[in-house]
Ligand binder design. Structure first.
Ligand code: MLT
Length: 309
């Protein structure tokens, strides 16, 4: 059987597949080429760059399994795959720590203006007065989505003496107590937090979850972080909030359209730290998710039981 590794993954993961299958590795595979070659493959592994659309699935005559080396499956048309009986699996655990640590790094970078201080110092400007930050200690962090990553962020933020208020429709009081966080409605988080970080998948329910209406209800000078998925915070409303000063600063790793287009309102917004979807980009995470996805694809092709996305 043949497996396509469409977005380039760790060699350790390729080794797992090569033990049993004929493996073709492509990095940055153009959409047209994917459409052309997909009929010959029984399995495919993607990161976030390759889009497994209905059009791709319709052409994938032999495809039995799609493995996502990462958490988010928004680049895969799961209903179309399911209709064809194609298994879709992801790697939900391998990049948890990477995404959690990146969120903390973004929150700290934003609070102490490290990127701009670094950039201007490299240009020869010694600007101690201009870059006076704020502390995390004593501030309330609103965590929207308290799954693996959200609860990891909450735990680390507590070690910085932050208070946590969380909104998660699937969170019960016992789990909240075990984690040491207060639970509230979205409105409670919006009104009481000094910082808000989002950790939910992008769905019709979470799209634009933070928007001009609830940004207006936030404390003036709120700081927002999004290392989950672009569009959970409405990009235009975020840029407007930064311009008006309602939002003091933001740290954003993910965008509605990636790579970030220069006409995206966030590209020119003030007081914003941007990274190019680096949440899962650690050596350890990339090995972890690729191995998990490869093991899953190999098991599915051998007819063994697998957990689907
Ligand atoms: C994920 O969903 O696993 C992360 O956002 C990283 C990625 O998309 O590769």
């Amino acid at each position: 059987m043949k497996v396509l590794v469409a977005d380039g993954v760790s060699q350790k993961a390729v080794d797992i597949l090569q033990k049993n299958f004929d493996v073709v590795i492509k990095d940055k595979l153009p959409a047209e080429e994917l459409l052309e070659i997909i009929p010959e493959f029984d399995g495919v592994i993607v990161r976030s760059a390759s889009k497994i659309t209905k059009e791709v699935i319709d052409k994938a005559a032999n495809l039995k399994v799609i493995g996502r080396a990462g958490v988010g499956t928004d680049n895969i048309d799961i209903p179309a795959a399911t209709e064809r009986g194609i298994i879709v699996l992801n790697a939900p655990e391998g990049n948890t720590i990477a995404a959690t640590e990146h969120t903390m790094a973004m929150m700290l970078s934003m609070s102490r203006m490290i990127p701009i201080a670094n950039e201007t110092l490299h240009k020869g400007e010694w600007n101690r007065k201009k870059y006076v930050g704020v502390e995390l200690r004593g501030k309330t962090l609103g965590v929207i989505g308290l799954g693996r990553i959200g609860s990891g962020v909450a735990k680390r933020a507590m070690s910085f003496d932050m208070k946590i208020i969380a909104y998660d429709p699937y969170l019960n009081e016992d789990r909240a107590q075990a984690l040491g966080v207060k639970i509230g409605t979205l409105d409670d988080v919006v009104k009481n937090a000094d910082f808000i970080t989002v950790h939910m998948p992008l769905t019709p329910q979470t799209k634009n979850m933070l928007n001009k209406d609830n940004i207006a209800k936030m404390k003036k000078g709120i700081r927002l972080v999004n290392c989950a998925r672009g569009g959970i915070i409405n990009e235009q409303d975020l840029a407007d909030g930064l311009k008006s000063g309602q939002i003091a600063a933001a740290a954003i790793d993910v965008f509605t359209s990636e790579p970030l287009a220069q006409d995206n309102p966030l590209a020119s917004a003030p007081n914003i730290v941007l990274t190019p979807h680096l949440g899962a980009s650690t050596v350890e995470a990339q090995i972890g998710v690729a191995i998990d996805a490869s093991n899953g694809v190999a098991a599915a092709l051998k007819g063994e039981p697998v957990s689907t996305a």
